[in-house]
Design a protein around this ligand. Structure first.
Ligand code: ADP
Ligand code: MG
Length: 651
């Protein structure tokens, strides 16, 4: 069987400015079982010819049949499969992958073969024994001599049971002793039926071949058979080429290769992971803070109820110009009863007079907020004391010095935790009797709701603040009543009783509006934080892309070798993308942990509410994996599109 048939084969390199014709019409037939030595001066086109018949390069012109099949009709991927299944390569520079052990190097072509079935390939350990390296299996190439490295390469070329072995000056970098060993091995392989095509410029070696071809300036000038060749036993033909099938085991292999590559460059991998980690950690932490703020606002606002109107004196300034004195309405105690009587749709009104006060008790001094409140306060704010009682409206009218204290105030003034109902505290030097403890409301995100005291409104106005003016009022609207109508009616009524005309002198705000404003603010806040985090992830991603490009160009030779032994474009693409996705996902996972830790820390230190939702965790993880994909695709594509022979020649 003719394994190689060349007719009028030409090769011209088309450079930018000039064309370099290298092969000028080669006619050559090689029978199965031959051992062909190609001789010739340097630059005569030997390697070019070998690369073409080894399917690493393509001819410019002419016909080439491999094992009876015209190969010009094959696609790149099919050529890769052909190389993997039928051809073995031995290079002058050995081309072993430096990070892999001898055994792993020998095994490499199996990864790219269609069948992992034992019967379709040789056992790598057996092959290493065959080349006399049984005690060097776990050594890396840099721990082996040149001769040993080339023996590993010979073992590698055999692992997929090749029909033909191509060797380009396999002994060019070896000493005399190693040269003998290698050429002896090739001879033995030929004796066992494998066709061998070897380029050499050492005339001695032609003695091992069955045929010697001399090349000069791209033409064959002599062709002599030196001894008879055994017809090979291998009866496979290229027609039997099987297409690569995609299987799950392949993903496993890509993954293993990606892991190996990353482990081979630990520092770089760790830094890349760190970059993504920071991005993801900030994404998680920012989302936690943002959603936490939103939740805190929602909780606070919903605790107030959406059927509340707040009435407060209007703005003293309008349009940047100060209004005339008196245009700002004052709210009086009597307005509470008046509005309740005259405006329909109101179920309760709480008037307030608030300010900071100094509370002294038990030898302790504590600054807190005081709310003077009218009696409806307790029902409107759902703030009935957890122990003790509320004051009565009569006690309010009589300006009695009674106080309900919040939990934070109690803890600060009475840290011993004793029952303090009935005891006295001084508020701004006035003695007040404690009649109740306010229910615990907790922190509202930025303010401790338990850090306050509550006293009757009249007492606050007359005894503490010495004023007639309320700070503001909460108006609770009856179920079913229209908020807008009630709000208008309140303003109209107040204008009448206060003999004023300017509707802007009093401000009535709807809780639902406040709720909306606050949540839209919180949304904007989250969005801002989220975009900062997104940008840092983007930066991490670009870092990954940069590193991947560096990695591709550093590993160009490796890519060339992988392609030479049968990896197709998809194999290389996947390997690099998986590498990038792996780095990003690892960074993502660590980032999620770090970000969550950061969020917990923020809530501990700053007292902010933070909230880590499963959604934000999944989002962050998917985002990091996606970053790996998006920023890995371009470099991976560049790697996959490399031409095998260009990549191998790269230095
Ligand atoms: P040999 O192996 O016989 O020493 P080669 O086949 O490597 O020779 O090269 C033959 C000729 O082709 C040389 O003149 C070389 O400069 C040229 N050549 C080889 N590869 C390329 C290339 N990629 N681009 C341009 N010219 C090339
Ligand atoms: Mg050469």
């Amino acid at each position: 069987m003719k394994v190689i048939e060349l007719k009028g084969l030409k090769k011209t390199y088309y450079l930018e400015k000039i064309d370099v014709p290298v092969l000028h019409g080669i006619d050559l037939e090689v029978e199965q079982g031959e051992f062909v030595a190609i001789m010739g001066h340097s630059g005569s086109g030997k390697s070019t010819l070998l690369n073409i018949i080894g399917l690493l390069d393509k001819p410019s012109e002419g016909s080439f049949k491999l094992a009876g099949i015209e190969v010009s009709k094959y696609s790149d991927d099919e050529l890769a499969s052909l190389r993997n299944q039928y051809l073995g390569f031995i290079f002058q520079q050995f081309h072993l992958l430096p990070k892999l052990t001898a055994l792993e190097n020998v095994h490499l072509p199996v990864i790219y073969s269609n069948s992992k079935d034992e019967s379709h390939h040789e056992n790598p350990e057996k092959l290493l024994k065959l080349v006399g390296l049984e005690d060097r299996m776990d050594h890396r190439p840099n721990e082996l001599s040149g001769g040993q490295q080339q023996r590993v390469a010979v073992a590698r070329s055999l692992v997929n049971k090749p029909l033909i072995i191509f060797a380009d000056e396999p002994t060019g970098n070896l000493d005399t002793k190693s040269t003998k060993e290698i050429i002896k091995m090739l001879r033995d392989l030929n004796d066992s039926g494998i066709t061998i095509v070897m380029v050499t410029h050492e005339p001695d070696l032609t003695a091992y071949a069955t045929r010697t071809i001399k090349l000069q300036d791209g033409v064959i000038i002599s062709d002599e058979k030196t001894r008879p060749a055994d017809a090979g036993k291998d009866k496979r033909g290229a027609q039997e080429l099987k297409h690569k099938v995609f299987s799950a085991s392949r993903i496993k292999d890509y993954f293993a290769e990606a892991l190996r590559a990353l482990a081979g460059n630990k520092m770089r991998s760790i830094l890349s992971i760190l970059g993504v980690m920071i991005g993801v950690a900030s994404l998680i932490a920012m989302l936690a803070v943002g959603t936490g703020a939103q939740k805190a606002i929602q909780d606070q606002v919903s605790s107030l109820g959406s059927n509340l109107l707040t009435v407060s004196p209007g703005a003293t300034q309008r349009g940047g110009i100060s209004s005339e004195a008196g245009s700002r309405m004052r709210l009086y105690y009597t307005d509470i009863a008046d509005l309740k009587r005259r405006v329909p749709g109101i179920s309760g009104i709480a008037g307030y007079a608030s300010g900071r006060v100094q509370a002294v008790a038990n030898g302790k001094n504590y600054n807190t907020r005081m709310d003077g409140v009218s009696i409806d306060y307790f029902s409107i704010r759902n703030s009935f004391p957890s122990s003790g009682r509320v004051f009565t409206s009569q006690e309010d009218t009589e300006k009695q010095k009674l106080v309900l204290i919040g939990e934070t105030v109690r803890q600060n003034l009475f840290p011993d935790g004793r029952d303090v109902i009935g005891e006295y505290i001084k508020i701004n030097r006035i003695d007040f009797q404690i009649i109740g403890i306010l229910p615990v409301k907790g922190s509202s995100g930025y303010r401790d709701e338990d850090d306050k005291v509550v006293i009757p409104l009249n007492t606050a106005l007359n005894r503490v603040f010495g004023t007639e003016n309320l700070s503001n009022m909460d108006v609770q609207v009856k179920d079913g009543a229209d908020m807008g109508e009630v709000s208008d009616a309140i303003i109209s009524r107040l204008l009448i009783t206060h003999r004023q005309t300017d509707r802007e002198s009093v401000r009535v705000r709807n809780m639902a509006e406040i709720q909306e404003t606050m949540s839209s603010m919180a949304n904007a806040f989250s969005l801002l934080l989220g975009s900062i985090a997104f940008i840092s992830l983007l930066v991490g991603g670009i870092g990954i892309m940069n590193i991947m490009f560096v990695s591709v160009s550093e590993r160009t030779k490796e890519i060339g070798l992988r392609k030479a032994i049968g990896a197709n474009n998809a194999d290389i693409l996947f390997q690099f993308i998986i590498e990038s996705i792996f780095v990003c996902s690892a960074g993502g996972l660590i980032g999620i942990v770090a970000g969550s830790g950061g969020a917990v820390l923020v809530s501990k230190i700053a007292g902010w509410t933070t909230s880590i939702t499963p959604f934000s965790v999944i989002l962050a993880f998917c985002f990091s994996a996606l970053t790996g994909l998006v920023f890995g695709v371009w470099p991976a594509r560049k790697a996959s599109l490399l031409d095998p022979i260009d990549a191998l020649r790269h230095d």
